[in-house]
Design a protein around this ligand. Structure first.
Ligand code: NAP
Length: 289
C-alpha cells in the first residue's frame, strides 16, 4: 500500500507567484515593464504545449511576451541570429531559449548570445560562473523550483546522500550543484552509469531528471528515501515522471507527484526570474526577499 508523503508543488507555487506579482507592481511603479521573449526550435507538440504554458503564465500576470518558434531543421545561423536579435531588442527585458536544441545547433553558441542581464534561466556562461562562484545573478528555474519545494515541505538537504540521475546542462547539472551547495554528498548518474540501481539504492535523496518513464522502480530505492521526480514525459493518457510511482511509494518517505510537483514551481520560478531580471536591470530595489 502506498505510504509516501506527497510533496505537492501547487501551494508553494502560489506563494512564490504572489511574491513575484508584488515585485512586478514595484517594477511598474518605477517605470520598468517586463517583456519575455522565448525561442523554441522544435515541432514536437509536447514542447509547444510547455511553451504555451510559459506564455499563458505571463499573460495571466499581464506581462507582454514575444514568441519565436522555429522548425527543427532551421539552420544554426538562423537560430543564433534570432537569439542575438531578441537579445539586442531594448523592449525585451527577459530571454528564454528552450533546450535541448537540435544536434546541429551548438548550445554554447546560443548561450553566449543571451545577454547576461536578460538571462532568465542562468544560461549565459558568465551567469553559470557566478552561480558556481556563489555570487548568482540569476538561478536556473528548475533547480530553484526543487530547492523551494523541499524547503516548503521542510525536507532537509544537508548531510544527505543525494543521487541525481541526469547530467543535462539545464537541469541535471544545476540540480547536482544545488545539492552540493546545500551540503549534501552528491553522486551524478547518466546513461553510461554502470549498475544504476546500486547507485540509486544508496540515496536517501533521489533526484531524477532523465526523461525516461519507468526508469526508477521500487527495486532501485531504499526505504525512507525522498524522491524528487523532475521529469515530465508525455505518454498516452497523460504525463508521467521517471518514477514508477506505485512500487516506489511502497518504500519512499516522500515523493513529488507528476504532474503537480516540481512543474508548477518551475513555472512560478520562471515568472519570478522574469520580474527579477527586469527589476535588477532597472535598478528597482527588492523589498520582498
Ligand atoms: P537532457 O538534457 O536530455 O538530459 C537527460 C539526462 O538523462 C542525460 O544526462 C542522460 O544521460 C540521462 N539519461 C537518459 N536516459 C538515462 C538512463 N536510462 N539512465 C541514466 N541516465 C539517463 O534532458 P533535460 O533537458 O535535462 O530534461 C530532463 C527531463 O526534465 C525531461 O523529462 C524534461 O521534460 C523534464 N523537465 C522538467 C521540468 C520541470 O519543471 N519539472 C522543466 C524542464 C524539463 P547522458 O548525458 O549520458 O545522455
Amino acid at each position: 500500500m502506498a505510504a509516501s508523503r506527497c510533496l505537492a508543488g501547487d501551494g508553494p507555487a502560489d506563494a512564490l507567484r504572489g511574491v513575484a506579482l508584488d515585485r512586478l507592481d514595484d517594477c511598474r511603479s518605477a517605470g520598468a515593464d517586463p517583456e519575455l521573449a522565448t525561442v523554441l526550435v522544435s515541432d514536437d507538440p509536447a514542447d509547444r504545449t510547455f511553451m504555451d504554458r510559459k506564455h499563458d503564465l505571463c499573460a495571466e500576470a499581464g506581462i507582454d511576451t514575444r514568441r519565436i518558434d522555429l522548425p527543427p531543421d532551421a539552420t544554426a545561423e538562423r537560430v543564433y541570429r534570432t537569439v542575438a536579435d531578441l537579445g539586442a531588442d531594448p523592449s525585451v527585458t527577459a530571454l528564454f531559449v528552450q533546450v535541448p536544441l537540435p544536434e546541429h545547433v551548438d548550445e554554447l553558441e546560443v548561450r553566449r548570445r543571451i545577454p547576461p542581464e536578460k538571462d532568465v534561466d542562468c544560461f549565459h556562461p558568465a551567469n553559470v560562473g557566478r552561480l558556481v562562484a556563489g555570487d548568482p545573478r540569476v538561478r536556473p528555474v528548475t533547480s530553484r523550483a526543487v530547492e523551494r519545494l523541499l524547503d516548503a515541505h521542510d525536507v532537509r538537504i544537508a548531510g544527505r546522500d543525494a543521487v541525481v540521475v541526469g547530467r543535462g546542462t539545464a537541469i541535471g547539472v544545476p540540480l547536482a550543484q544545488l545539492c552540493c551547495r546545500r551540503d549534501a554528498t552528491v553522486t551524478v548518474c547518466h546513461s553510461r552509469t554502470r549498475d544504476l540501481g546500486a547507485k540509486t539504492r544508496a540515496a536517501d535523496l533521489l533526484v531524477t531528471a532523465a526523461g525516461t518513464p519507468g526508469l526508477i522502480d521500487g527495486s532501485m530505492v531504499s526505504g525512507g528515501v525522498v524522491v524528487v521526480d523532475v521529469s515530465v514525459n508525455r505518454v498516452s493518457g497523460g504525463v508521467v515522471g521517471d518514477v514508477d510511482a506505485a512500487s516506489v511509494d511502497e518504500k519512499a518517505a516522500a515523493r513529488t507527484p507528476v504532474p503537480g510537483g516540481v512543474g508548477p514551481l518551475t513555472m512560478a520560478c520562471l515568472l519570478d526570474n522574469v520580474v527579477a531580471v527586469t527589476a535588477d536591470a532597472a535598478g528597482v530595489d527588492d523589498q520582498s526577499r
